[in-house]
Design a protein around this ligand. Structure first.
Ligand SMILES: [Zn+2]
Length: 370
């Protein structure tokens, strides 16, 4: 009996310590902005590309420059993405500013979308992914691991975005998590009349290119889904940054980034004003690849174009210390995003297989060791 009491007391101490150490995060929202360069993220308007834009037909860069100019990278990026730089980064951590000794890059040899999203979500570059074809690959993704390990019902882990490639990159097979292509409706039992209306509108809006739909509508669909279904994990895949860049419209890209920044701010504000999500939700914002660094090649990207390999990532939430801009980090890789997403649920990177990269450094600080 005495022995039993001691055991029980020990158990209580152990449980209390474990509880104190458990991550506060219960939900994760991942937002990806396709093909957004470190130059704009860390330096705002880039005069090299602006000068190129000024001699392009239809460019409104002179008007746009007056909105987003500034004497230093810090003032330019705050003008372009005020929410990111004044509200989010100071409360979290952003990796990838090479001027501060933080290099983050893709490891896949392609530097375009499907290889990037696969690397990001499966934890490592996968050599079979050599095109942007819409198809699944046999590698379990972090969202799938989450749904499986936590035994979550269908819909509690979800992907919503503007391109069919997001749906194929999100999962190795159908049925485990909710994936939706760029123009797809949501399954009726997970939808609402408001979501259906947005989906119908998204189908009608003619995008810049054939493959993708309008980000603002995808974003609103995702936001409505978050409110209606309260998923534990949601990936919002946005693509219009890449669309405007491929169209060689730097002026439009800058306006787009400013708008995306506002949307991300609205989402974070609504998360933090929700009883359900407040202080229990981690936000990760990142990109799939960079782009060229010269006027003549910035609109394109592949690993033969220097600059295309560089990426960045913001992590913000109750378990991430407020570091701001990370400096002097080891070289970081895109595959580290997957384990970063899983760590808040105490799932090790090995759940993604032996090749999976570790989580990004110092993105989960536990107060007490278990
Ligand atoms: Zn891309």
């Amino acid at each position: 009996m005495r022995h039993h009491l001691i055991t029980t007391a020990f158990l209580w101490v152990f449980l209390a310590a474990t509880a104190a150490a458990a991550p506060q995060t219960r939900n994760v929202v991942l937002i990806t902005l396709d093909g957004v360069r470190t130059q704009e993220m860390f330096g705002g308007l880039d005069e090299i590309i602006a000068a190129h834009s000024a001699i392009q037909p239809y460019s409104e860069i002179e008007t746009i420059r007056s909105r987003f100019m500034g004497a230093t990278p810090e003032t330019r990026r705050e003008a372009l993405m005020p929410v990111m730089w004044k509200e989010l980064v100071p409360r979290g951590v952003i990796f990838g500013n090479r001027d501060h000794g933080s290099v983050m890059r893709v490891e896949n040899p392609h530097c375009f979308s499907a290889p990037g999203y696969t690397e990001m979500l499966t934890g490592a570059p996968r050599k079979e992914v050599t095109s942007n074809d819409i198809r699944r690959y046999p590698y379990i993704t972090a969202p799938e691991v989450l749904a499986r390990n936590l035994q979550l019902p269908f819909g509690a882990v979800a992907q919503i975005g503007s391109w069919d490639g997001f749906a194929s990159a999100a999962a190795s097979r159908d049925g485990r998590i909710l994936t939706t292509g760029g123009f797809d409706a949501l399954p009726p039992r997970l939808s609402t009349p408001a979501i259906d209306q947005l989906v119908a509108l998204r189908k009608d809006v003619l995008g810049l290119w054939e493959e993708g739909s309008e980000d603002v509508l995808s974003f609103r669909i995702a936001e409505a889904y978050l409110g209606a279904q309260r998923p534990r994990f949601l990936w919002i895949g946005l693509g219009n940054s890449d669309d405007w860049a491929h169209a060689d419209r730097y002026d439009r890209l800058l306006v787009y980034l400013n708008r995306a920044d506002r949307l991300i701010g609205e989402l974070w504000a609504s998360i933090q004003s929700s009883e359900h999500y407040r202080d229990r939700t981690t936000l990760v914002v990142t990109t799939d690849h960079g782009r060229g660094i010269k006027g003549k090649d910035w609109s394109e990207h592949d690993c033969s174009i220097p600059g295309s390999e560089f990426i960045w990532a913001l992590v913000l939430g109750p378990d991430t210390p407020a570091v701001g801009e990370a400096s002097n980090t080891p070289e970081l890789h895109q595959g580290q995003i997957a384990a970063t997403l899983l760590q808040y649920f105490r799932i090790p990177s090995s759940a993604l297989g032996p090749l999976a990269r570790p989580a990004l450094p110092d993105t989960l600080i536990e107060t007490t060791a278990p």
